[in-house]
Ligand binder design. Structure first.
Ligand code: 5AD
Ligand code: SF4
Length: 316
């Protein structure tokens, strides 16, 4: 698939055709099963200043938290009991969390629950990724966010797309099932950049790819920017399914923010085959405010969305 093929699918193919093709391909390669990942947002401390994100370091209005290893373990047990396939340990980029502190937690979760461990804790030296791999982590999520180097640099002060790609290369090289993803409707994004996002995900050969619409957050420099289109996000998901037939494609929380059940169901109909309910404790949920009105996707809504989409799961 080349640039022009993707551009045609994305911008000129009638929506019904696109969704039908994506849905057929999803069924052929994955069947009707929906994979469920239990998401634990275990800390919101972040040194980065991504201009779109409410967790950015410069946002002093956000109360910060870090869950204790004890709490993390007990939530891992809850996730295992729910029947989810994996625990996703996600946090802001927090260098004060030493790699050597996360490693024993990973091995204990593996021993006590048997859950696959997915990490999503940002950019780190290769040695950290290697340590966590040895401890038993098998999957890693690190979105490339945007495939355009200039837009990337403008939105991520002090960071470069090249560094991001170095991290993704390291993760893939170390044998992680690696996931990327990007945001649809970022201020400054052009249709050409969106095509490049899909091409990059394909070139990296990622095993997972999460896309969601941009949603403005009041305590960020992009507070006044218009939100990304949900309809376009669904088109992007469908094209991703055609470009990456074997990949795991989640219906993201951002997609579900306007209407949790309908948003997730639509994502499942646009080629998606993964949902990510949150197991973050209620008292911290409000502080993981990446964007405003962030939905909290609970297990019950996940089950309902799967049923409404006519699909199957192995949740208890
Ligand atoms: N709108 C949509 N998605 C966002 N993210 C961060 N801020 C926003 C926003 N304002 C996404 C990024 C990041 C993930 C944790 O949340 O893609 O990787
Ligand atoms: Fe930090 Fe991730 Fe938000 Fe960037 S997107 S500010 S790295 S939590």
């Amino acid at each position: 698939m080349r640039y022009n093929d993707i551009a045609t699918l994305l911008f000129h193919t009638p929506l019904e055709d696109l969704l039908r093709r994506a849905d057929a391909l999803r069924r052929r390669h994955h069947g009707d099963h929906v994979y469920v990942r239990g998401l634990l947002e275990f800390g919101n401390v972040c040194i980065c200043n991504c201009r779109y994100c409410g967790l950015r370091h410069a946002n002093t209005r956000l109360p910060r938290y870090r869950l204790s290893p004890r709490d993390i373990l007990s939530i891992a047990e809850t996730i295992a009991a729910s029947g989810a396939d994996t625990i996703v340990l996600q946090s802001g980029e927090d260098p004060s969390l030493p790699a050597t502190a996360l490693a024993p937690l990973i091995s204990t979760i593996r021993e006590r629950t048997g859950l696959a461990v997915t990490l999503s804790v940002g950019e780190r030296p290769r040695a950290d990724y290697a340590l966590w791999k040895d401890a038993g982590a098998t999957r890693y999520l690190l979105k490339h966010e945007t495939a355009d180097p200039d837009l990337y640099a403008r939105l991520h002060p002090g960071r470069t797309l090249a560094e991001r790609l170095r991290c993704l290369d390291d993760l893939i090289d170390l044998g992680y099932a690696t996931g990327s993803g990007f945001i649809v409707g970022l201020p400054g994004q052009t249709p050409e950049i969106l095509v490049k996002d899909i091409l990059l995900a394909r070139a990296l050969g990622v095993k997972m790819c999460g896309v969601g619409p941009f949603i403005p957050q009041a305590d960020t420099p992009l507070r006044e920017a218009p939100p990304g289109s949900v309809a376009l996000t669904l088109r992007v998901m469908a094209v991703l399914r055609l470009a990456l037939p074997h990949a795991y494609l989640p219906a993201t929380t951002a997609l579900a923010t306007l209407d949790p059940v309908a948003g997730q169901r639509d994502g499942l109909r646009a080629g998606g085959n993964v949902l990510m309910p949150s197991f973050t404790p209620d008292k911290y949920r409000g502080n993981y405010r990446i964007y405003d009105n962030k939905a909290c996707i609970r297990l019950e809504e996940v089950k309902e969305a799967i049923t409404r989409a006519g699909r199957t799961h192995s949740l208890r």
